[in-house]
Design a protein around this ligand. Structure first.
Ligand code: FRU
Length: 456
């Protein structure tokens, strides 16, 4: 964070105020979350980072920590580029059994070294609680053969005590390759999966293999990001998931879907140590919003953190996401808005939560000359229209009662009542005072709670 940063023009700072509940880098560029790990009573969020400019390039691992997932403290850069290349995405494990020989409890990052497109996997070790990392002198530990896109290792510990090994899920072109290792240094390939995607030639990125404890039964979930061909447009990028069985070598999917129906959730990763319930977070690509350029001091935000579980209600597996952490931001006001009704909020971060049965719903948000609308009909559709993007969910099970909308200086996240579907989108709304107008088509007992959040 030492090199020259373009000084922010006042107009850019005004147009792009910091969100309250979402993590943004102090300066420069941020994309994927990396190395999500809980250690020393903190959530560690490493991230793809260019500290010098608000554009992608010279990528290292930035680092931030939090105890509640909404107040973040940025720590010094954790892993910098070297002769083997830039530091692309990856994960972190804690080596409690000292399998790699760096010491009991060593924090080990497994990441992609990218040298002008040559992608190899490497490891680095921290013995100071994740603050600094020393790269292994035997790097790289895994080579691509003749493959070009060969990156984003997610490593997990698999097996019962006494018979455990490391598993790596790696994005390789249009596939996910699985490897196993006893010591994080030598890896043997075990299987290949070509996951579902709407485009056969879409590149897969950032796989995340997660074990979810469902009342004592372990469910395996595989998240992956889909980067379609250029013709599909940048916002066609999205995250998908598979649920299935995993035997430590091979993943057998039994169901799956799309993680989020909005335009701006990509490269989702989890805090998943098998001890506590997994939490997912993803990158919202600020750069896709028109008008964002090198005069803006920072670029990129992460979504709200969301707890992740599998729900099999109705015989169809779904992933359930529940945003967490908002309660630890001070609630300045809580208003119950009769429907139809309107209210103005001063804070640029607020939520609207619907209670009571509701069949048709219209929410209009007006701030700083920018409008966004949410239209919904229970059991049919949910649509978000913003100056940036139009997103829609069509689902005959759609639940409106307990719908949750979170607005935070330029982004909206909408969660359906059952939390099985979400829309995450950058918007341009919620910057400055916002008028919220809520209406329903038919007679209803529904009401809307409006809560404003402020940083303590
Ligand atoms: C996903 C991605 C990863 C890669 C990283 C580079 O957004 O393309 O596949 O490791 O970003 O910053």
């Amino acid at each position: 964070m030492t090199a020259a940063t373009p000084s922010p023009s006042p107009s850019a700072a005004t147009r792009w105020p910091r969100p309250t509940a979402h993590f943004t880098p102090t300066t420069g560029w941020m994309n994927d979350p990396n190395g999500l790990v809980r250690h020393g009573g903190r959530y560690h969020l490493y991230f793809q980072h260019n500290p010098d400019q608000p554009v992608w390039g010279d990528i290292c691992w930035g680092h931030a920590v939090s105890t509640d997932l909404v107040h973040w403290e940025e720590w010094p850069i954790a892993i910098r580029p070297d002769d083997l290349g830039e530091i692309f995405s990856g994960s972190i494990v804690i080596d409690v059994d000292d399998t790699a020989g760096f010491g009991v409890g060593a924090i080990i990052a497994v990441f992609t070294h990218d040298l002008d497109g040559l992608q190899r996997q490497s490891i680095a070790v921290s013995t100071d609680g994740g603050r600094t990392f020393a790269k292994f002198d035997g790097n790289p530990v895994l080579l691509p053969g003749d493959r070009r896109d060969f990156r984003d290792p997610k490593v997990v510990r698999f097996g019962e005590l006494g018979n455990q090994w490391w598993v790596m899920a790696l994005a390789v072109g249009t596939e996910i390759w699985f490897y196993r290792s006893d010591d994080l240094r030598e890896w043997g390939r075990t299987s290949t999966l070509r996951p579902d995607s709407p485009w056969s030639e879409a590149m897969i990125e950032v796989p995340d293999l997660v074990a979810i404890d469902d009342d004592g039964v372990v469910r395996w979930v595989l998240l992956y990001s889909v980067d379609p061909p250029d013709t599909a447009g940048p916002i066609a990028r999205h995250v998908r998931w598979l649920v299935g069985s995993f035997d430590g070598e091979r993943f057998e999917p039994s169901g799956g879907g799309v993680l989020d129906d909005g335009a701006h959730l990509y490269a989702a990763m989890t805090w998943s140590d098998g001890v506590e319930a997994p939490i997912v977070i993803g990158w919202m690509n600020e750069a896709e919003v028109a008008g964002r350029d090198a005069t803006t001091p920072w670029c990129g935000r992460q979504t709200l953190a969301r707890s992740l579980s599998v729900d099999d209600a109705g015989g169809v597996s779904a992933l359930v996401q529940q945003p967490i952490g908002l309660d630890s931001l001070r609630l300045s006001t809580q208003r119950l808005l009769e429907i139809p009704g309107a209210v103005e909020v001063a804070s640029s971060c607020f939520s609207i939560r619907l209670t009571g049965p509701c069949t048709d719903l219209d929410i209009e948000l007006r701030s700083g000359g920018v409008d966004a609308t949410i239209h919904a009909a229970a059991g049919s559709f949910l649509r978000l229209d913003t100056p940036v993007e139009h997103s829609e969910i069509v689902d005959e099970r759609l639940e409106l009662d307990d719908l949750l909308v979170v607005v935070d200086a330029g982004s909206i996240e909408i969660f359906t009542g059952d939390r099985r579907r979400s829309i995450s989108s950058l918007t341009g709304t919620g910057v400055g005072p916002t008028t919220i107008d809520v209406a329903t088509g038919a007679d209803t007992d529904a009401a809307a709670h409006v809560v404003q959040y402020e940083r303590r």
